[in-house]
Design a protein around this ligand. Structure first.
Ligand SMILES: CCCCCCCCCCC/C=C/C(=O)SCCNC(=O)CCNC(=O)[C@H](O)C(C)(C)COP(=O)(O)OP(=O)(O)OC[C@H]1O[C@@H](n2cnc3c(N)ncnc32)[C@H](O)[C@@H]1OP(=O)(O)O
Length: 302
């Protein structure tokens, strides 16, 4: 990642240092507080990260036009950004959002799965796993500010966060539509969805490859809240304050207790999952499905 962490912050008063201390210690602090902000920014080609050390909130903005598809560069940038934030004592919470109009993320870059050999599939799938694992097992409070459509891998980002806020626009869709593409959601993503929606709803959603409009996603619990598009980010920041009112240590232990079973199962079957993916995605029949789907996507425009 060609990113450099720039420490542009200035400590200008005791107020800012006490807020920063508040962020570090995980004690409740009233914010938004706009005074004397302490910011770190990190930018790569696909992802921008802005950490406000005075509040402890980082905003990760996906900025890979046209659709924030998850290519290798995106996945690498994502993993590096997560690692940095996780290690940063000033960071307690992460908001994910998009700078691309109308799209949160189109999910995995289909070009990374089409016409490539098993070696590439192996490396790519490990990176996909890592993205999910890092977010799902994060110690930070994670909030998805879904300000556009969010199919498949985009929905993965939302599902693995702690809370999902979506723009109230019926034209925006979210869901796991893998079956429509001719591929299959991996077991750990299926488990993640079961935890969010329950078994029956997940089974219907996955088999039917359903993409839900924002209002329908709220109805089934795939997102937690709908707000006007221009308020998605500010609502995420306000929501973060509520989650920050709980001491970090007890919230983190609770989170890891709730997610442990899924994580343990993932870790025990990780290599098998990679092999399955590499075998599956390189099959002629699957390549044919991907090719047909890609052609449909391109034709849509013509
Ligand atoms: C049993 C063994 C286990 C095996 C496991 C198998 C593998 C499982 C993998 C499961 C996990 C996740 C999978 C995925 O994420 S697959 C990707 C699925 N994504 C989609 O179906 C979304 C497709 N895109 C769209 O619906 C729209 O693009 C979108 C609504 C997001 C935006 O619409 P908009 O009209 O704004 O933009 P366009 O459609 O015109 O797209 C612009 C250009 O971008 C290209 N595009 C779009 N999506 C993708 C993508 N996902 N990958 C690559 N390229 C994409 C599109 O073709 C346009 O390109 P051109 O400008 O060249 O025409």
């Amino acid at each position: 990642m060609a990113s450099v962490l720039r420490h542009s912050a200035k400590f200008t008063s005791g107020i800012s240092s006490s807020l920063a201390a508040c962020a570090r210690n995980g004690t409740a602090c009233a914010f938004p507080c706009h005074a004397f902000r302490h910011r770190n920014s990190s930018t790569s080609s696909k992802i921008r990260v802005d950490l406000d050390s005075s509040t402890g909130v980082a905003v990760m903005t996906l900025q890979g036009p046209p659709v924030n598809s998850m290519c290798m560069d995106f996945l690498t940038d994502f993993a590096i950004s997560m690692e940095k934030l996780e290690l940063d004592k000033n960071c307690r919470g992460l908001i994910l959002t998009s700078a691309v109009p109308k799209v949160f993320s189109a999910g995995l870059d289909i070009m990374e799965m089409y016409g490539k050999g098993p070696e590439h599939a192996t490396v790519f799938w490990r990176a996909v796993q890592e993205m999910w694992f890092k977010l799902y097992s994060s110690n930070m409070v994670t909030i998805a500010a879904v300000n556009g459509s969010s199919p498949a891998g985009g929905c993965l980002l939302a599902l693995s966060s702690d809370y999902r806020i979506m723009a109230d626009n019926p034209r925006y869709v979210i869901g796991l539509n893998e079956a429509q593409v001719g591929i299959v959601a991996p077991f750990w993503l299926k488990d993640n969805m079961v935890q969010t929606l329950g078994h029956r709803q997940t089974e219907k959603s996955l088999q039917l490859a359903q993409l839900y409009s924002a209002p329908d996603a709220l109805k089934i619990g795939l997102v937690d809240k709908l707000v006007p598009e221009e308020k998605v980010l500010s609502t995420a920041t306000e929501t973060m304050a509520k989650w920050f009112s709980i001491p970090d240590h007890s919230r983190q232990i609770t989170k890891s207790m709730m997610r442990k079973q899924t994580i343990d199962k993932f870790l025990s079957n990780r290599e098998t999952d990679i092999n399955n993916f590499a075998n599956f995605v390189t099959k002629d029949s699957i390549q044919k499905s991907l090719g047909t789907y890609l052609a449909k996507l391109k034709k849509k425009k013509a």
